[in-house]
Design a protein around this ligand. Structure first.
Ligand SMILES: *[C@@H]1O[C@H](CO)[C@@H](O)[C@H](O)[C@H]1NC(C)=O
Ligand SMILES: *[C@@H]1O[C@H](CO)[C@@H](O)[C@H](O)[C@H]1NC(C)=O
Ligand SMILES: *[C@@H]1O[C@H](CO)[C@@H](O)[C@H](O)[C@H]1NC(C)=O
Ligand SMILES: *[C@@H]1O[C@H](CO)[C@@H](O)[C@H](O)[C@H]1NC(C)=O
Length: 428
């Protein structure tokens, strides 16, 4: 048995609109610098600036995770769970039998996520299993998953966090397929894993906002002045048509501040018509576009759609009562406080998701991974990843300065997201 992870108290700073402290300002400038020079997707650290805490009873009222009509069987469901169990509410338990696969066994993991190969000294982060309070998760059956995908397309759409979940899914399945009967190829924004004998594909489509944006290039997308075009989901959506299972996410790229730039016309217009929207409203607009797209393009009798909630980052030690100058670097234990949540921007975005999903009748299954992931400050890639440019002596002297506290080591946390997806797909 493993001793429980060390305790830490939760604390957070509430930053009010219009009052940026000098500390925050320096931090912002620094993060921008890091983002432009070295980083990918670091901007979420800029989150946490939204106003006002919400009445917690409203917030803690969880959404029933699949919107559907009573008595209707969902596609792919083997068995409807009898009692309502919130599989996203639970705790992490130590499990010697983990991980579900070895890092070295899965050639599809990008070098930004292979932590052991890049010198991570500990492996404890691979050993945790999610245990819901009210029931047990079915064990991930790779045979069942792959058989289900026979003659089908499964597609992950979103940002690099969703790409991580995509790669995790491929890693969980690929062992069943002989070497010469599988491949992974990238065509621009689309990456396709093919299981030839199954006539099955598992795909990832890069669209960090779901809508058209100026960050859509699959390789060159580190743009700090981000613009999203209103009503443009078909720009990418036309590439998602025909998929049987779709898993969406979008969050991190919206987190650039209190407001977000929305383009009304086209990116080709000489005079661009851009309005500033509160970030929550811009995000709500994207969620609604996604639901409209699903309603129009997905057949609820044959297909399933999932939405993965915000992936939390751990860029500020002060959030969990740690070293104020620290972050996820050198963290090998998780946060024990069950009420730990972290940044307030996550709270306001979660509220938007809740509002949008509560109102819709479009069948979509919500993977509420935010809370369970927010405990896992130990699970990030930190400094154990491929660096795109050589590190400076100043950085080397202060590893926390270049730690990636956004992405997750693999195997690890994101395999759990897929176990939850598996549970909701077959036992909704
Ligand atoms: C997601 O889960 C958290 C923690 O259980 C909960 O507080 C939140 O309300 C849930 N979100 C929605 C939209 O249901
Ligand atoms: C996994 O699924 C396959 C195909 O449905 C089934 O034959 C097998 O018994 C399952 N394995 C376990 C351990 O449940
Ligand atoms: C192969 O899969 C595609 C969907 O991805 C499907 O349209 C096609 O009919 C399948 N081919 C056969 C021979 O079943
Ligand atoms: C890492 O954390 C341990 C305690 O958890 C501490 O003793 C050690 O000094 C830390 N190392 C660095 C480089 O910060």
């Amino acid at each position: 048995m493993k001793p429980p992870p060390s305790s830490s108290s939760s604390s957070s700073i509430l930053l009010r609109k219009g009052r940026l402290s000098p500390y925050l300002f320096t931090l912002l400038a620094f993060i921008l610098f890091v983002t432009i020079l070295y980083g990918e997707d670091f901007t979420c650290i800029l989150g946490g600036q939204f106003d006002s805490p919400y009445p917690s009873d409203h917030f803690h009222q969880s959404l029933s995770s699949t919107t559907k009509k009573k008595g209707e069987k969902l596609p792919f469901a083997i068995e409807e769970s009898e009692k309502e169990c919130d599989i996203f509410s639970g705790r992490w338990v130590w499990d010697e039998s983990r991980p579900l696969y070895e890092e070295s066994e899965c050639p599809y993991i990008q070098p930004q996520l292979t932590c052991q190969e890049h010198g991570r000294p500990d492996k404890d982060y691979q050993k945790w299993r999610w245990q819901p309070h009210g029931c047990s998760l079915p064990s991930f059956n790779a045979t069942l998953m792959l058989e289900t995908l026979r003659n089908k397309r499964m597609m992950f759409v979103g940002d690099s966090l969703n790409r991580g979940q995509y790669v995790s899914m491929v890693c969980l399945l690929h062992r069943l397929i002989p070497e010469d009967a599988k491949s992974m190829e990238t065509f621009g924004s689309l990456t396709v894993f093919t299981a030839k004998e199954y006539n099955a594909t598992i795909e990832f489509y890069w669209a960090p906002f779901l809508l058209e944006s100026n960050s859509d290039d699959a390789v060159v997308h580190r743009i700090s002045d981000r613009v999203v075009r209103k009503g443009s989901i078909n720009k990418h959506g036309k590439h998602w048509k025909g998929a049987d299972i779709v898993v969406f996410n979008t969050y991190l790229w919206w987190m650039t501040g209190l407001e977000f730039k929305i383009l009304q016309g086209s990116f080709d217009d000489e005079e661009k018509d851009i309005v500033m929207l509160p970030t929550e409203d811009a995000y709500r607009m994207a969620m609604k576009s996604m639901l409209r797209w699903v309603k129009k393009n997905m057949d609820p009798k044959k297909t399933r759609v999932f939405f993965t909630s915000m992936s939390p980052s751990h860029g500020k030690g002060i959030d969990w009562g740690g070293d104020p100058k620290g972050n996820c670097y050198n963290e090998t234990t998780m946060i024990k406080d069950p009420n730990y949540w972290g940044s307030d921007s996550r709270k306001s975005v979660m509220r938007v998701i809740g509002e949008v999903f509560r109102k819709t009748r479009v069948p979509i299954t919500f993977l509420n991974i935010t809370q369970l992931s927010s405990y896992r400050k130990d699970a990030h890639t930190s400094i154990y990843k491929k660096q795109w440019s050589p590190l400076t002596p100043e950085q080397l002297a202060n590893p926390a300065s270049y730690a990636d506290c956004v992405h997750w080591c693999m195997p690890g946390l994101q395999d759990t997201w897929n176990e939850l997806l598996f549970a909701k797909l077959f036992y909704p």
